[in-house]
Design a protein around this ligand. Structure first.
Ligand code: SF4
Length: 330
């Protein structure tokens, strides 16, 4: 009897992306490790929330997944196949993005009909009659009336524009949707409507989401698991409930504390970490988080911690070294 194993719908294996940055006109060139040895798995129907402050590497990771950037090393697999080996047209049907700012991601000179049907036309799917029907159907799915087909982006509200962006992504019937801060440009009152829509669409179409956000509170709403990113590395990964009940990494604790003390005037939650986010071209020694960490020990300044795992949770922090806990190397 053979045992059938199913590959994760999306898998990153030791993915890194390094840019070479020149500092000043005659400055030396230095490497910037935007993504540093990231491994993640998404099973079908998962919603993985990827959380971290601005500049931590989340958006670079999204570009790699969408094929807009090639990793410097490591592999991205969709249904077990490396994306580099896959036909770009087929890949575009499997993975679609929803970006932060629907206004800048929608062509202002095109009608909503043209914007939503563009992927069908690019990929030569159907004829004009079937494309028109597909646009009507998907508008209905995202809660917009068919009459908006003749409108232009500047005639719509921010929430309506994001619904159009979601319709454009879903018209290709993708398996995976990369949501890059999809609600952070919207009014607070509209954010929850869009989040609820994404929850409903996942249920209806069995979608798998990678949901990128700087705000843990947004991720809690729909994620099944959460990965916390700091200076290009995943420092904690956990099922969502376990992470909110008992965060392990001091950085996750700080992000959670910022969620508990929201300031409606602040787009980015205040992490109250004292020291500023470090320059990624010149990261701190040892654990990159040590200058901001309230629990830093001597070892943290000298030695980078290794990733440890236990029962579906992972953490990269010396507080959990084997002489202190039962966690095992991941
Ligand atoms: Fe803080 Fe040390 Fe853990 Fe880094 S390794 S998060 S500095 S306790």
């Amino acid at each position: 009897m053979t045992t059938e194993t199913t590959a994760p719908v999306l898998e990153l294996k030791n993915v890194s992306k390094t840019y070479t940055i020149k500092q000043g006109m005659f400055g030396e060139k230095k490497p910037l490790r935007a993504v540093n040895d990231v491994s993640l798995k998404l099973e079908r129907g998962d919603v993985l929330g990827l959380v971290g402050e601005s500049g931590c590497g989340k958006s670079t990771l999204a570009k790699i997944l969408l094929g807009l950037e090639a990793p410097t090393s490591g592999e991205v697999l969709v249904d077990g196949e490396p994306i580099g080996d896959q036909n770009r047209r087929i890949l575009a049907r499997r993975i679609q993005p929803i970006f932060q700012d629907p206004y800048s991601s929608l062509n202002p000179r095109k009608s909503i009909r043209d914007i939503i049907s563009l992927p069908l036309r690019v990929h030569k799917i159907g004829n004009s009659a079937s494309q028109e029907k597909a646009v009507r159907d998907i508008l209905d799915v995202v809660g917009l009336p068919a009459r908006v087909m003749n409108s232009y982006p500047n005639q719509m509200s921010g929430g309506q524009r994001q619904r159009v962006a979601i319709a454009r992504a879903l018209i290709m019937k993708p398996e995976i949707v990369i949501c890059d801060e999809p609600t952070s440009a919207l009014d607070v009152s509209v954010q929850s409507q869009i989040l609820n829509l994404l929850v409903e669409l996942r249920r209806e179409f069995g979608l798998t989401y990678l949901f990128i956000s700087h705000n843990l509170a947004v991720v809690e709403h729909l994620a099944t698991r959460v990965a916390v990113m700091y200076l290009g590395r995943i420092v904690e990964e956990s099922p969502v409930d376990a992470l909110f009940d008992a965060p392990r990494h001091p950085y996750t604790e700080a992000l959670l504390a910022s969620v508990l003390t929201p300031d409606p005037d602040l787009d980015v939650p205040d992490t109250h970490l004292g020291a500023a986010y470090p320059n990624p071209i010149d990261p701190p020694s040892g654990c990159h988080f040590h200058p901001r960490c309230a629990k830093a020990m001597d070892i943290c300044k000298q030695t980078a911690p290794t990733l440890l795992a236990e029962g579906g949770r992972k953490v990269e922090c010396h507080l959990y070294d084997e002489n202190r806990t039962s966690l095992q190397p991941a």
